[in-house]
Design a protein around this ligand. Structure first.
Ligand SMILES: Nc1nc2c(c(=O)[nH]1)N[C@H]1C(S)=C(S)[C@@H](COP(=O)(O)O)O[C@H]1N2
Ligand SMILES: [Mo]
Length: 335
């Protein structure tokens, strides 16, 4: 069930909907290797073996996605020992409004997304504006596998082994000017391949933003894959962001432009309902969403109908790593 916001006419499902989650057989295309360097790479990391033991290998898949090379995260404390979400759940219960507002829509509709060729423009207040092909981006830095929780504002969460590298690697190359204070992330809005672009649910393209220090934080991951494979289209192929200490909507999918600005970017959800979705959107159990509590969450795939919810952790459990970014800020005001 979707709760309509009468003012704006947009919807955001409530967390109680999670109990009626449906799991579909996601049909996935066999995606060709995107860069010659990644062909046949062995998945040797501990995390990858875990991923396949706990999730990916237990799922019947019509076509396995191309493998991405990865290594265990070197960031102390960034990985979690929690049980990974099953690949099937992570790739069939999604938010990707360009393909529909139901959780099952992206897996059913996203096969029309064309991920090759793909370019990402880097522009704005930088010394070196650049247009990267996906192949360029893949080769820009060594990819690692990192197990991050993703906690949606609606109250569900997953634990996913993502593959990518810190966005800071890219930012350093393009040499931001001192006037660059924010980073804007623009995602694809293609009427031809994305059936819900043009719907009034949000302003398109879907735009997100971070403060410069957040974008530079090593946990902020430019992400090309999950479970050791390239991203399924419904999870934001071919390249997305994952910002693990913020609500999931900050992690823009299918990125086409990264722009450096001196002002906070106008983000899609903030434009839709500024009182509900602030610019920072840090996971914070003590600051409620106006329409529901943020104190607890349900782990997708793990919690049954009557299972207790888990307590949501400050900054989604990454407080030790990111708390300093917000020292002295009133997080009730800057939510
Ligand atoms: N372009 C785009 N990116 C998006 C969204 C979207 O609708 N469009 N949804 C966001 C939300 S609300 C969440 S919770 C995460 C979900 O990521 P997942 O489907 O990989 O779990 O993607 C985020 N990125
Ligand atoms: Mo979300």
């Amino acid at each position: 069930m979707l709760i309509k916001n009468s003012r704006d006419g947009f919807c955001h499902p409530v967390s109680s909907e999670i109990t009626s989650q449906r799991v579909y057989e996601g049909r996935r295309d066999l995606i060709k290797l995107m860069a010659s360097g990644v062909a046949g790479a062995a998945l040797t990391s501990w995390a990858s073996r875990e991923a396949h033991a706990q999730g990916a290998s237990t799922v019947q898949r019509p076509g396995k996605l191309a493998a991405l090379p990865s290594a265990r995260s070197s960031l102390a404390g960034a990985a979690t020992m929690e049980k990974l979400t099953d690949y099937k759940d992570a790739s069939s219960y999604n938010n990707f409004y360009e393909f529909g507002t139901d959780k099952a829509d992206p897996a059913q509709n996203a096969d029309t997304l064309k991920t090759t060729p793909w370019t990402v423009e880097i522009e704005g207040l930088i010394k070196k504006p650049t247009k990267y092909t996906l192949e360029d981006l893949l080769k820009l830095s060594a990819q690692e596998e990192r197990i991050y929780r993703l906690r949606c504002v609606e109250g569900w969460s997953m634990v996913i082994p993502w593959v990518g590298y810190s966005l800071s690697e890219l930012i350093k190359r393009v040499e931001p000017l001192s006037s660059a204070k924010y980073v804007e992330f623009v995602t694809l809005a293609d009427h031809k391949t994305m059936p819900f672009v043009g719907s009034r649910v949000l302003d398109w393209p879907y735009v997100e933003g971070l403060r410069m220090d957040e974008a530079m934080h090593p946990l902020t991951l430019l992400t090309f894959g999950m479970y050791g494979e390239v991203l399924p289209k419904q999870n934001g192929a071919p390249v997305r962001l994952v910002v693990p200490w913020k609500y999931g909507f900050k992690s823009g999918k299918s990125l086409v432009k990264i722009r450096f600005t001196d002002k906070p970017p106008a983000t899609a959800w903030n434009k839709a309902a500024a009182n509900e979705y602030g610019f920072f959107s840090n996971v914070n159990p003590t600051v409620d969403h106006p329409r529901w509590s943020q104190a607890t969450e349900r782990r997708i795939g793990e919690d049954g109908l009557f299972a207790r919810k888990r307590k949501t952790l400050m900054f989604n459990g990454y407080e030790a790593q990111v708390g300093q970014l917000y020292a002295g800020m009133d997080l009730k005001k800057f939510f």
